[in-house]
Design a protein around this ligand. Structure first.
Ligand code: HSE
Length: 424
């Protein structure tokens, strides 16, 4: 193995991650990597690096035969896709942190990198400093993975922590997340769950060999979560987290979604605070394993990019064994979830969507119910995402099959309690 292979880098982007990488590379001289050029968008911005390192002309990097690795760290997913396509066509390996680009173009990117026989690595794109993709590729390269539950977005986790533990307002917590370099330049991507969804699509590829389209996965963010929800979570001995989940069901199909959840206080994910991310993997024989680390920010993200660059000394490639060599898995929405739904107006809740309503509370401060709903109902509708409604799954939410007779009886009992709300 040639561990002294010279790595000549062309870097796109000098933002939070790009600048972090620049500094980190200077502290790891043993890597034998040099940055030949950095392509940036705004030439007049003041940067803490020699001016002749920068260019605004992407062709200079893409057509330089000495550059063997393109490190793509820009914000714009469409521009990134064009850069990466050309990089492969020009025989270069690519390291990227662009979640959105990968979520939108993974099948094409796989084809292009394979045609070019070049590596395409993106550990930094999910859970930043946690080596989750490499673990799924190398350690869980078999068929024994039962479930994977994860906090994959640092900004929303930071906001929830600050709101509920330090009583900051949503707005102030978001501003802090932005100032610390955790949030996307359009923070709606974080807050409304798009960023977590993007990450989850390709983690599903590495976990279960599925190449899902974003539209196939039910998701939302933390935009409607209130302090009243946190209070209810606490009463149930839980904390509220935005959790990306996937589980192989008894029928062999995979349930996957990104939704807020009441997580039990003794669940490892409950310990994931601030911008940290966490991943709990359950497999047949190893039982549960928990990976934990910083999920956003300059150096933690740069460290994952550095590790990918380092792996290119020996031309490391993801093999996608589950996608190519094992029986492919299929997504399903044919299961039920137990969920809490808080609402300002009962009219906003489509009560007929529920198989049963197990609890019902209404007073001056809060209105909420706990019920069981078929997952397809969530995919088909969006009443539960609207303003004034917050849907939060209850810990261990998946129910694979229901005893309908029992549920009917329980719902009828509750109908008496909630009759004035025409609950039946
Ligand atoms: N905005 C992202 C987050 C950055 O908060 O997780 C890291 O992907």
């Amino acid at each position: 193995m040639d561990t002294h292979k010279k790595l000549v880098l062309g870097i796109f982007g000098f933002g939070v991650v790009g600048e972090g990488l620049y500094k980190v590379l200077h502290q790891t001289p043993s890597l034998n990597a040099t940055i030949k050029k950095v392509c940036i968008k705004h030439p007049n911005k003041k940067r803490d690096a020699p001016a002749d390192l920068f260019t605004v002309n992407k062709e200079i990097l893409l057509n330089d035969n000495e550059i063997n690795i393109i490190v793509e760290l820009i914000d714009d997913a469409d521009a990134a896709y064009e850069i990466v396509k050309t990089a492969f066509a020009n025989g270069k390996s690519v390291v990227s942190a662009n979640k959105k680009m990968i979520a939108e173009h993974l099948p094409e990117l796989l084809e292009l990198s394979q045609e070019a026989e070049k590596s395409f690595l993106y550990e930094a794109a999910c859970c930043a400093s946690i080596p989750v993709i490499r673990n799924l590729e190398e350690y869980y390269d078999n068929d024994l993975l039962h479930s994977i539950n994860a906090v994959v977005n640092g900004s929303t986790n930071y906001i929830l922590t600050k709101m509920f533990e330090e009583k900051l307002s949503f707005k102030d917590a978001l501003i802090q997340a932005q100032q610390l370099g955790f949030a996307e330049s359009n923070p709606t991507l974080d807050v409304e769950g798009f960023d977590a969804l993007n990450k989850w699509t390709f983690l599903l590829t590495h976990s279960y060999g599925i190449l899902p389209k974003k539209e196939e996965i039910v998701f939302t963010g933390i935009q409607n979560i209130t302090s009243e929800d946190a209070l209810q979570a606490d009463k149930k001995d839980c904390v509220t987290k935005l959790v990306a989940s996937a589980k192989k069901l008894k029928n062999g199909k995979v349930a996957a979604f990104v939704l807020p959840q009441f997580v039990k206080k003794d669940d490892p994910l409950a310990f994931v605070k601030d911008e940290y991310n966490g991943v709990v993997i359950e497999s047949s024989f190893a039982d549960k394993q928990f990976f934990y680390g910083k999920g956003a920010g300059s150096f933690p993200t740069a460290s994952a990019v550095l590790s990918d660059i380092s792996a290119l000394r020996y031309d490391y490639k993801y093999e996608y064994k589950k996608l190519y060599h094992q029986q492919q898995n299929e997504l399903t929405n044919d299961f039920y979830v137990r969920t809490y739904v808080a609402f300002t107006d009962w009219g906003h809740v489509r009560k007929d969507d529920f198989e049963s309503i197990e609890e019902w509370h209404s007073n001056d401060r809060s209105n909420y119910l706990i019920g069981i709903i078929h997952f397809e109902k969530l995919r088909e509708s969006d009443w539960w995402k609207k303003n004034g409604v917050s849907l939060i799954l209850i810990a261990d939410p998946i129910i694979e099959s229901l005893d309908v007779a029992k549920l009917k009886k329980r719902s009828l009992e509750l109908a008496g309690v909630a009759g004035k709300y025409s609950l039946s």
